[in-house]
Structure formats: C-alpha cells, structure tokens
Ligand binder design. Structure first.
Ligand code: HPA
Length: 308
C-alpha cells in the first residue's frame, strides 16, 4: 500500500464527506474514488481523556491532524490531542479519533457528532467509544472499566435536532443509500448486546474486571454538585460524564453498532467532599488504559471472526 496515495485518498474522502454533509455544497458531492486505495475502515474508535494510548497500537498507520480535515476543529479539552489515525488493528481497518469535540467547548452539537457521520460516510460499521467518568455507584471504584448498557441524555439537547438528512443519498461500498437515518430513531437497544457479550467473555478469560452500567451525560464543564449526584444516582445512573451520549445517538441514527466503555476516573462526591483533581483523573485513566487497550484490540479480532 502506498502511504502517500493513502493519505491523499483519505483526504479526498474527507473532502467529499464534508461536501456531502454540508447541504449547501451537496450538489458537488462525488462518490469517493475507490480505485485509489481500498481502505474502507470497519471500526471507528473515539478515545476519551487520557486514553490516547490505543492510537499507538494501530499498525501501518497514517495520522491526520484535525485541522487538515474539512469541517473539523481543534479539540481544546485537556489531553485530547486532535488527530485522526487510520490503519489496522489485528489486520482490521480502523480509524481512531484521538480527541473528541465536547459540547462544553462551545461547539455546536452538529460538530460534536460530525466524526461519527464522517466515519459512517467512510464505510464504518462499528463505533467504539471510550470516556472518563465519575462513579455514582459504590461498587465502581477509580480505575474500574464499565461497559455502557444504557444512557441518560441530560445534555438538554439532542444531536438530531434540525433537518433530517434522510432525503440525501450517498454511495457507501458502491451502493447508493439514504443517509443518515430516520426522523425518529428508536433508542430501545442502543448498545449492541452481542458485542457486549463478547467483551465480557474476553474480560473474564483474561482476568479483567468489566462491569456494566448506565451512563448519564451532562454538558459540564463544571462537575456535578453532591445534590445532583444524589439525584442522578436515584434516577438509576451509575456513571456521570460530559461526552459520549451525542455521538452514540448519532451513531444509532445512522445504523452503526455501538460499544462504549467508561473508565472510572473518580468517585462522584456522593462518596467524598474533596474537589475533583485533574491529575487524579488522568492517573486513574492511565491505570485502566492497559486493560482497555487489550479489551478493544481483542474485541476487534474476535468480532471479526465470530459475530458476523
Ligand atoms: N463528572 C463528570 N465528568 C467526568 C467526571 C465526573 O465526575 N469524571 C470524569 N469525567
């Protein structure tokens, strides 16, 4: 595979995806030139705070800074680098978003979910999301990995608000399809059970503690008060964070299968009355990073052979 051509090819595909996603320019949309290099990523992985190490595991990789991708902005969040990495994990084509856009950065929701839609336009079938979260559940201690089984959207906004893109057509894998999805997508089964089962089996076989829980997404950037944490806990949330929910809603809307894992970086202040420390959050994310990395890599290899 020719590195230069691949970068050029990706740039072309991003440019086309951008033109397509921006309705003003959609008349200029061109199907990607698939004769260039057949790199169709199957997985998109969004890496959260302190979890960027996974990007080093990508083989034959090409990196593109976000500011070179049409429609992207620089991520301003701490430890969010802002690079897209395309390459292979266990021989499977992937794209990794090292850094995400948060609503609290002041970006519109359309931008927060833009990487997911770009991924879909590039041919991705599975979205893996990682994040750092506070624990509302006394069984989930810092450093614990928790697979999301459901979520509560408390961001006061939904990324699908606005005109639905259903009437636009795009070419994916040579087929003309409607993008991105229906007006009122069901959220009855957001996180894919088959993938979750495989993840729990891998964790069990390898001595990794993987729990499952409900994630509540708030806008931030202030952390929650104790009263808010108590309320979220009574609502049935196990984890609280400032991301993931918008990307996952957009992913379900456009038909991606979703797997998401939180790394518990701190206890919420139901359990203590100390201020949150960014350095502790980073330290606890680092602690869990090795297991998370192993889990994601194994999952990609395993799904490829079993779940399809
Ligand atoms: N609250 C919200 N977001 C977070 C937290 C938290 O306690 N920890 C890491 N991200």
């Amino acid at each position: 595979m020719n590195y230069q051509i691949t970068i050029k090819y990706l740039h072309e595909r991003f440019a086309n995806a951008y033109l397509f996603s921006n309705s003003e320019y959609s008349k200029d949309f061109q199907p990607p030139d698939k004769s260039a290099v057949p790199f169709i990523p199957k997985y998109a992985i969004i890496l959260g705070t302190g979890l960027g190490g996974l990007a080093n595991e990508v083989e034959k990789k090409m990196s593109i800074p976000y500011d070179e991708i049409p429609g992207f902005e620089k991520s301003t969040a701490p430890t969010h680098e802002g690079t897209l990495i395309a390459g292979f994990i266990k021989g499977v084509p992937v794209i990794v978003f090292k850094g995400r856009f948060h609503y609290y950065e002041g970006y519109p929701m359309q931008l927060v979910v833009y990487p997911v839609r770009i991924a879909r336009l590039l041919g991705v079938k599975y979205l893996f999301v990682t994040n750092a979260a506070g624990s509302l559940n006394e069984d989930f201690k810092p450093g614990q990995l928790v697979r999301l089984k459901d979520h509560i959207n408390m961001m006061g906004y939904n990324p699908l608000i606005g005109s639905n893109e259903l009437d636009k057509k795009i070419i994916i894998d040579g087929k003309e399809v409607y993008s991105f999805g229906e007006r009122f997508p069901s959220m009855h089964q957001v996180y894919d059970n088959a993938i979750a089962d495989i993840a729990h089996k891998i964790a069990e076989d390898n001595g990794i503690s993987l729990k499952s829980g409900v994630y509540c997404g708030l806008t931030g950037p202030s952390f929650e008060t104790r009263a808010e944490c108590l309320m979220l806990n009574r609502w049935g949330a196990d984890l609280v964070g400032m991301s993931t929910v918008p990307e996952v809603i957009a992913a379900v809307h456009c038909g991606l299968k979703v797997f998401a894992v939180s790394v518990v970086t701190n206890l919420s202040n139901i359990y203590h009355s100390e201020p949150h420390s960014q350095s502790d959050i980073k330290k606890n994310a680092d602690k869990a990073a090795k297991d998370l990395l192993f889990l994601v890599k194994s999952l990609i290899a395993e799904i490829n052979t079993t779940a399809e």
